[in-house]
Design a protein around this ligand. Structure first.
Ligand code: ACO
Length: 399
């Protein structure tokens, strides 16, 4: 209802770009996306090759430091992370302060924010050694915090990390292990989770990464910046979509609704219903990550004994959508979240943990982007402009 050109005249020359559809806020050498062609590369390497040959740890190194590590570099990165897995005991007390049914995402963002209070010796964004220490601390501690948030929500005791295990193995044990029982790692499960973490590891200037950069542009420390990114990821239009997809599939299953009828609701925009896990700001083609997850979903679910009925509903929805004019015209394809929830569920994670898993995966991307920004001489504090639509000047009433 506003005349934008008139508003622009009042403000002077600014770009009006809600949602930053066409605004590049930075240059970056980390991740390349061609949304029309469905291409995703980290530091030049196609996501398909990394998914096939790399590990989450190695991919994290690649994103943060720019190149694949030598075996010695990878080993040293791994060892440094293992040395920092312990949480300060007082930080563990923090988990008791939340209601038992707290969603683990705000627990995660709060605990990461609190890291600035416990680790005050690594807060200077321009001291290389401190940045390095914060990097390793976050990589080591975020999965532990995530597992503790999960344990807290199910009322089970928190185990100490076992540093004979790597980051992903440790996370599985801390999430599912019990004190009196030895925990047997299932290599298939570890491999499946490792793959999903690789696929989430970076995605250039998405909502949470842009948040990390915006907060960091004020020279806020890495913990504070990434805590804000975790809050941004919480939303159902971003990382929260994986949880929303599973809830949607469940609803369809429990009401016995035909996928076709659900699609009608979506197309008529009834009650604002969307096909969750579909559509993307940048991909106007099949999300290459979704392609990889879809290709492995059957295999993984067969191994893990997942819910095939929900997978069938998902595949029928996809099939209908890809042949439907509404979705074709709008170039809506499945995004990475469409199939991941089914796999997380089969691994034994409750829905509330899905976005937390996304956060663990995205962590190296946030770190890499934050570090790149701090090194970039072009960086300025992020401060968008606005077009003012409020009242003109008026006088305070004399009473
Ligand atoms: N179901 C139905 N219609 C959709 C969907 C969907 N999932 N996504 C977009 N549309 C429609 C919109 O209603 C709009 O239609 P209109 O032109 O008739 O108004 C058109 O497609 C364009 O969509 P926008 O919302 O303008 O696209 P935008 O780039 O702003 O949003 C987003 C992208 C937020 C991802 C959107 O597609 C969405 O809400 N998807 C569902 C949530 C989801 O899966 N999020 C995960 C994103 S990926 C990630 O974070 C890993």
């Amino acid at each position: 209802g506003f005349d934008v050109s008139k508003l622009l005249k009042q403000t002077g020359t600014v770009t009006f770009d809600p949602g930053f559809m066409n605004t590049a806020a930075t240059t970056s050498a980390i991740t390349y996306i061609d949304g029309d062609a469905g291409i995703l590369r980290y530091r030049g390497y196609p996501i398909e090759q990394l998914a096939k040959h790399s590990s989450f740890l190695e991919t994290s190194y690649l994103l943060i430091y720019g190149n694949l590590p030598t075996p010695a570099e990878l080993d040293s990165f791994d060892q440094r992370i293992r040395r920092h897995t312990l949480l300060h005991e007082d930080l563990k007390g923090f988990f008791g302060g939340f209601p038992r049914d707290a969603h683990p995402m705000p627990v995660l963002s709060s605990a990461v924010s609190a890291l600035s209070t416990f680790y005050q010796d690594s807060l200077d964004p321009f001291d290389e050694e401190q940045v390095e220490l914060s990097t390793v601390r976050l990589m080591a501690k975020l999965p532990v915090i995530a597992a503790y948030a999960h344990k807290k929500s199910i009322g089970q005791p928190m185990l100490y990390p076992d540093n004979s295990m790597n980051l992903v193995e440790n996370f599985m044990r801390l999430s599912f292990g019990l004190p009196a029982e030895p925990y047997e790692l299932d290599p298939k499960l570890v491999k499946a989770l490792d793959l999903l973490l690789i696929l989430h590891a970076d995605h250039e200037q998405n909502c949470s990464t842009s948040t990390v950069r915006l907060v960091g542009s004020s020279n806020a420390n890495m913990f504070a910046s990434i805590s804000a990114g975790i809050s941004a990821l919480f939303g159902p239009l971003h990382g929260g979509a994986n949880e929303a997809v599973l809830n949607m599939l469940r609803d369809i299953q429990s009401t016995g609704m035909a996928p076709e009828d659900f699609m009608e609701k979506v197309k008529n925009k009834e009650d604002g219903v969307k096909l969750m896990g579909f559509g993307h700001r940048v991909y106007k083609n099949y999300d290459p990550r979704a392609k990889i997850v879809k290709a492995t979903a059957h295999e993984i679910l067969a191994d893990l004994g997942g819910n095939d009925e929900l997978l069938d509903i998902a595949m029928r929805l996809e099939e209908k959508a890809l042949a439907d004019d509404y979705f074709i015209e709008r170039k809506l394809y499945p995004n990475v979240d469409f199939y991941t929830g089914l796999i997380y569920k089969a691994m034994g994670f409750p829905e509330k943990m899905f976005t937390v898993l996304f956060a663990i995966g995205r962590l190296p991307g946030w770190i890499a982007q934050w570090r790149e920004m701090m090194q970039d001489p072009q960086t300025k504090i992020g401060r968008p402009r606005q077009l003012y639509t409020g009242l003109p000047e008026r006088n305070y009433p004399e009473r």
